[in-house]
Design a protein around this ligand. Sequence first.
Ligand SMILES: Cc1cc2nc3c(=O)[nH]c(=O)nc-3n(C[C@H](O)[C@H](O)[C@H](O)COP(=O)(O)OP(=O)(O)OC[C@H]3O[C@@H](n4cnc5c(N)ncnc54)[C@H](O)[C@@H]3O)c2cc1C
Length: 488
Amino acid sequence: MIYDYIVIGSGYGGLSAAALLVKQGFSVLILESHVAIGGCASFFKRKEFTFDVGATTLSGVLPHQPLGRLFEQINIKPNIEKLDPGMIIYQKNKKITRYSDKNKWINEASEKFNSEQKGFWDEIYNIESMSWQLIKQNYRMPPTKLSDLIHLAKPSNLRFIKLLPGLIRPVTDLLKKYDLDKNEDFVEFVDEQLLISTQTTSSLAPYLTSAIGLSYPSETYYPYGGIYKPLEMVLDYFKSAKGEIKFKEKVTNISETKEGYQLTTKKGSIYHSKGIVSNIPIWNMANITEGSIKKYFVSKSDKFKTAWGAFTMYFAIEDKMDLETAYYQIHSANPLPYCSGKSFFVSFSLRDDFKKSPKGWRTVTISAHTNTSEWENISEDEYNRRKEALEKEIFENFDNFFPQLKDAEKLYINAGTPNTFKFFTNRHKGYVGGIPHSIKRTLLQMPPNVTPFKNLYLVGDTVFPGQGLPSVVLGSLNIVDVITHRGI
Ligand SMILES: Cc1cc2nc3c(=O)[nH]c(=O)nc-3n(C[C@H](O)[C@H](O)[C@H](O)COP(=O)(O)OP(=O)(O)OC[C@H]3O[C@@H](n4cnc5c(N)ncnc54)[C@H](O)[C@@H]3O)c2cc1C
């Protein structure tokens, strides 16, 4: 059988593209190397507990935003709840509450950072709102052909011209504009919020994409049962529309054929398709392709040599404390060993989420940014020593900031490093979180979703528009629009 499209990988990128393709009437097969869907937004179970492996927070679900559009197009209604506050940040002796209401948040920020914050946040929220409008009406991004540029030059886009400087100007410029660049605590706060959204800090983060990253805690949703649950509904839709998925099928080679492509897997299975939508990172694509296609991916991935790794911790904990939200960012008192940022992110399951943990318990996922090189080329003893040192530091902070949980029983304590992500998701070097945004190369220079090869497309967090579930799903919405217009 020759499928219209084979989708490689069933992360949020691959599975949403696959669902939208079957909706358009294409025959689609997904090949997934792992035993479950989700990739960096997957899960694992221990007895009656379910743990998110990486991503935990859902955003971009309003009707005009990517996940909202996906859910609407395939008519699913995931069980999600808006959290207010969307996040709480503990920084030094401050507790900073990210209220959902804009004015309440501006008052909170002004008070906690002892400064006038209205101008800064008004501009951030304004850019964010315009960016979503720009994104919604332009699916041919980044432009790869003259016709895409002509499409972008339509009159309804003229009002967005004022957003352009935000592609090459850093957040630091906005901080200066509102006299906030010398406010060290505020700059640290902004940097750590940017690190979990744009993967970089204020001096390098372009303020256009940063506006979306900085505003997301005002529209943060909790997915009941785990972050993979909405994606599971996407899978159900995909299967009901006659899409096929095969697990434990790691694609190891792609070659061109007369009809399109031949894909070979580690097990030795061979599949044929007219087209491919690849959900795997661009670095990985360079390893499984040949000839001119390989050359293309080597040249693309060579431009983006590094990305972050993640250190993660997972455990179940007795529910001994009332919590105001599910999501906390903790600025560590001491530098976290082998980590690069100053903070780590703690996600609790909600008290009434009995799909994740039984009554009286919660599950916890913690993540921090680390350099993958800290975990490479070291002995097993050294690897374990580093893991233990970091776990200890994180637990000490955890006990400080959640004192009522200090004596709570913890079960199934586990930690993950970039090596763990590499093992379970196959991501090159365990790089996660896509390619950090930077003013040094604009968003439009990110690898595009369209390649020069016939019917070979890319989705996922290492291609336009980048990391995080809303961006990844946006890439899939855009590419299926392109495919639908082009046909096969
Ligand atoms: C610790 C952490 C916390 C995060 N927190 C958030 C958050 O709270 N909110 C948010 O929006 N984003 C968050 N992110 C980012 C988000 O998880 C990712 O950007 C997103 O999940 C990436 O999706 P993807 O589809 O691009 O790739 P992936 O999730 O990596 O999916 C790729 C899939 O391809 C499969 N695969 C790989 N190689 C092959 C092969 N050769 N053959 C077949 N299959 C293959 C993998 O098994 C995987 O299932 C977080 C990321 C991390 C690591």
